[in-house]
Design a protein around this ligand. Structure first.
Ligand code: AMP
Length: 384
């Protein structure tokens, strides 16, 4: 019988992993507490249990030879438990860094990278100090409103984030999130946001996908564009971003697919976030790269050589389809299906809730501006 690969989490990312693993001839098992998780429909085995259920983890370890994750908000203790029996990539220690904003920022600073100025908010004394002084640590760089309060853990797609317009509001806003550990971060003027997705193998081989320019709306990724035809200024910043992402991966001795989100502000490049997994902004690689980010995830997990990360079109754009689009009934998907340059992806989620990622459309072509316009236009056209 062929090797079985496991994934913790059966949402759209887990599902794409399962499909990529199948394509390469592997069997798959998913552990997800939701019996209707999208990956459950395609995996050979779906273990319906919580992520810290020892019996379920033991069963997963019994049937799999290697296990990966679809998202970082998992108990690291579960990954450590699994790693006693099977290969686990990325390593529990890499996931631990990426699942905590404080640790992620400290790690980036420790290897000489810039992050947006921030303060850790974990005690009433921290709240008091930040609201009176802004910041006291070196380098002395006073925080000033507007700021963002972000919970250190379990925040994604803008969840767990509050805007601070007055420093004196900090205690009250902190109370809203039950005084859990947070970081308070300077809002930096954004000239652009982009992400680098790379794969790193057990032998240290690295393959970097074409950098992706991202636009967020209300903290959720809205539109991503990648192109091989870059202006000189973009090339410079993207190249620096690539080197930073590779440095992060090397310093973490990372194995797997790693995504790094950047803020470009003036001539500064800030690391915003690390994701120890394939990234929403890298979904275009399914339709427009020789090897997708999910195939790379499979390859790194089993120790196969990395695939070729080259883009297969001059330009590609993707727009996310959020549950809000279903407000007046099911979108007119036929419009996208009839469009030769577009690829419609639906994640098979039963309920279309506002802000929930339900699918995406990718448009391929030769020019960044026209594919981006086309993708946005298609989303408008399918909306009722
Ligand atoms: P995050 O969950 O931290 O990735 O934040 C989601 C989005 O909110 C980012 O992609 C940015 O568009 C915006 N954002 C987060 N932090 C900052 C910041 N410090 N300055 C400006 N914009 C931010």
């Amino acid at each position: 019988m062929s090797t079985t690969l496991g994934v913790l989490g059966g949402g759209q990312l887990g599902n794409y992993f399962v499909l990529a693993a199948k394509k390469l001839g592997f069997r798959t098992a998913v552990l997800d507490p939701d019996p209707y998780a999208p990956a459950g429909a395609h995996a050979d085995t779906h273990i319906v249990a919580q992520y810290d259920n020892v019996q379920a983890l033991t069963e997963l370890a019994r049937i799999c030879s290697a296990v990966t994750i679809e998202f970082e908000n998992l108990p690291v203790s579960s990954l450590e438990f699994l790693s006693q029996f099977v290969e686990v990539y990325p390593s529990p220690s890499s996931v631990a860094v990426a699942q905590n904003r404080r640790d992620e920022k400290r790690f980036c600073e420790s290897i000489g990278l810039l992050v947006a100025p921030y303060e850790v908010l974990e005690t009433p004394e921290d709240a008091e100090r930040i609201s009176r002084l802004g910041v006291t640590r070196m380098p002395l760089q006073p925080l000033s409103a507007p700021l963002l309060m972000k919970t250190s853990r379990l925040g994604y797609d803008g969840k767990g984030q509050q805007k601070i317009t007055k420093l004196t509001d900090i205690s009250a806003l902190w109370h809203n999130v039950n005084n859990v550990p947070c970081v308070v971060e300077q809002v930096v003027p954004l000239d652009a946001e982009f992400s680098i997705v790379l794969a790193r193998s057990r032998t240290g081989e690295v393959a970097v996908f074409t950098p992706t320019h991202n636009v967020h709306v209300d903290g959720i990724l809205d539109v991503s564009t990648a192109t091989t035809a870059l202006a000189a200024i973009d090339v410079e910043f993207f190249r620096t971003g690539e080197l930073i992402a590779i440095r992060i991966a090397e310093k973490l001795a990372y194995v797997g697919v790693l995504s790094v989100e950047f803020f470009l502000s003036g001539n500064k490049l800030f690391v915003n976030e690390l994701a120890p997994r394939p990234h929403n902004s890298g979904h275009w690689t399914i339709d427009a790269a020789t090897t997708s980010q999910f195939e790379q995830q499979v390859r790194t997990l089993v120790g196969m050589p990395l695939g070729d990360a080259t883009m297969t079109y001059g330009a590609v754009a993707l727009v996310n389809l959020l549950g809000d689009l279903w407000r007046n009934g099911e979108p007119r998907f036929q419009v996208a299906e009839e469009d030769a340059s577009s690829h419609l992806h639906l994640y098979g989620k039963a309920e279309a809730r506002p802000r929930r990622k339900m699918g995406h459309i990718t448009v391929t072509g030769t020019d960044a501006l026209s594919v981006t316009r086309h993708a946005i236009d298609l989303r408008t056209k399918i909306t009722r």
